[in-house]
Design a binder for this molecule. Structure first.
Ligand SMILES: [Zn+2]
Length: 250
């Protein structure tokens, strides 16, 4: 699809490119493909450039959804289609990189947990010699890409692993179970179109349905769905909310 126009209404979401350059570099180009890498949506263009959108908490890349007060920028595409970036709190970012810039972006990121090459053995290799708490390791994008706080919490609860354990302390069997649960949680979240607490929206502007499937995250103080003991919430591991069960996560 050819890009016939580009409008930036909230330039503070742009990184490393001015509004004028943004439009100048995009108009006339054709979208060659759209992919996800880690937590970033990559719109690849015919000349090797890539439009990188990282929506974070309240941003969304929307296809054919009418613009509103929260729309930060929009692209006019062939046949009257529109691609817009909307962000309520504007914590997300949009950047435009050339081929070399994309290569550098990609090289900084670790393995994709939904990729075919992600196995328990690969996870074991990543954890070897790592003294960081396992929950923190899961969220380090340079080691494993694309796992956010909600999904790290859920996978560790499902795998029965204490989030504060050192990465290197996991056995091969535990790494296998955890790798499997990460894939399960992420696949289920993708199928449910993500997790909406407040402002998150999917590409059609709808809410994600995964919040209803959460068993651990956001349930601090409530009974563990597996053993009934009260779930504990702490911010001591990485400054983010960690919820876990003292009884069934070891
Ligand atoms: Zn429990």
């Amino acid at each position: 699809m050819r890009i016939s126009g580009a409008r930036v209404t909230r330039p503070d979401v742009l990184r490393g490119v001015s509004s004028a350059d943004f439009a100048r570099r995009l108009v006339g180009r054709t979208v060659a493909g759209v992919a996800r890498r880690a937590k970033t949506i990559c719109v690849h263009l015919d000349d090797g450039q890539a439009l990188l959108t990282t929506p974070r908490f309240t941003g969304a890349l929307l296809f054919d959804v009418p613009a509103d007060a929260y729309t930060c920028l929009s692209l006019s595409l062939a046949e009257g289609h529109e691609l817009g970036y909307r962000d309520v709190r504007r914590l997300g970012t949009v950047t435009l990189v050339d081929h070399e810039g994309y290569r550098r972006f990609d090289a900084r990121l670790g393995v994709e947990p939904l990729g075919e090459s992600f196995t328990g053995e690969v996870l074991s290799g990543i954890l070897r010699g790592v003294s960081t708490p396992i929950k923190k390791v899961l969220m380090e994008q340079r080691r494993i890409a694309g796992i956010g706080n909600i999904y790290a919490n859920e996978a560790l609860w499902l795998a029965g692993i204490d989030p504060s354990r050192r990465g290197s302390s996991l056995t091969a069997a535990e790494s296998g179970v955890l790798a499997g649960q990460l894939r399960e949680v992420l696949s289920a979240a993708v199928s449910a179109r993500g997790t909406t607490f407040r402002d998150y929206r999917d590409a059609s502007g709808g809410q994600g349905g995964f919040a209803a499937q959460l068993q651990c995250y956001g349930r601090g103080g409530l009974p563990c769905p597996r053993c009934g003991r009260r779930l504990t919430e702490t911010h001591a591991i990485d400054g983010r909310s960690t919820v876990f069960c003292h009884q069934c996560q070891r």
